[in-house]
Write a protein that binds this ligand. Sequence first.
Ligand code: TRP
Length: 329
Amino acid sequence: MKKKLIFSGIRATGRLHLGNYLGMVKGMLQLQEDEKYQLLFSVVDIHAMTTPYDKDKLSQQTYDVVLDYLACGLDPEKSLLLVQSKVGDLHAELAFYFSTVMTVARMQHLPTFKEKIKQHPDNVTMALLNYPVLMAADILVYHSELVPVGIDQEPHLEVTREVARKMNSLYGLDFPEPVRFATKGGKVPSLVGEGKMSKSVGGSFINLTDDLETIEKRLASAPTDSGKGEIVPISGGVANLLTFVELFQGEGRRKKYEELYLGEGIRYGDLKNELAEAIYAELKPIQEKRAELEKNPDYVRQVIDAGAKKAREIASKTLKEVKERMGLV
Ligand code: TRP
């Protein structure tokens, strides 16, 4: 049986937070043991260059995500770990060929593009416009079929499928039409009361590298209420705290707090202390593994190089075929 390839890409914007971990990485890593799938975890560092970035920090940020993947349990014997720029020549070359079948108008209409040009009106570059085409190349160069990303990335997957269809019909290629893949994880709420945990919203996240004290501090500023009422809130700060309780302490504990809320009242100080300890208990082994890896840069380099080598083998086959079919050789 042919394994289905799952391609996951995380942008190189520094360390992972709890939302990345529970929302995606943890669920993905559970699939490592499943014979049906081959996993490819990538750090997409070239994508980081599509908006203003710090060249002196990029390689460290990339390395940090690599360490986080490994610390969370990515097993390089089972899964492929890829730093995108290590095979950047092939990804970028394929993206160029793909760009011949996508119009400028199509790319300009993407909601992600419109949002980015609002954020960076002075940096509306060719690279930014081409972001989704490069993403299509990341995915299709390995003939990946499943892509675990958030709903916000759906327009990019539509572009990917469109590219695949066009390349297949114009050039007789056999690219799959990849679909979004939901892992078990689920949404991790923000600590500030609204929305999901996000790197770009200050105060909303807990880093995988936070110690107990830091987690306590971050939870301390999460919004609460008087602690009791007629109905348990379904949105806002308290609802989010209860989601955290469920995620880290189980459904039973959540029920208990719900009863308290409807009765004698929740003491948020106690809730937050208990919760901080439960979160830290989950993060501690990851942090220990990370510390060990930090002492072993040679091993990490070796994993990066081995991943790049394997990826290159697969990607060059695709490129060879695409070039032939497109009339290049
Ligand atoms: N655009 C994705 C994001 O912002 C990152 C990404 C780039 C990606 N290439 C990818 C994700 C390929 C999945 C597959 O999250």
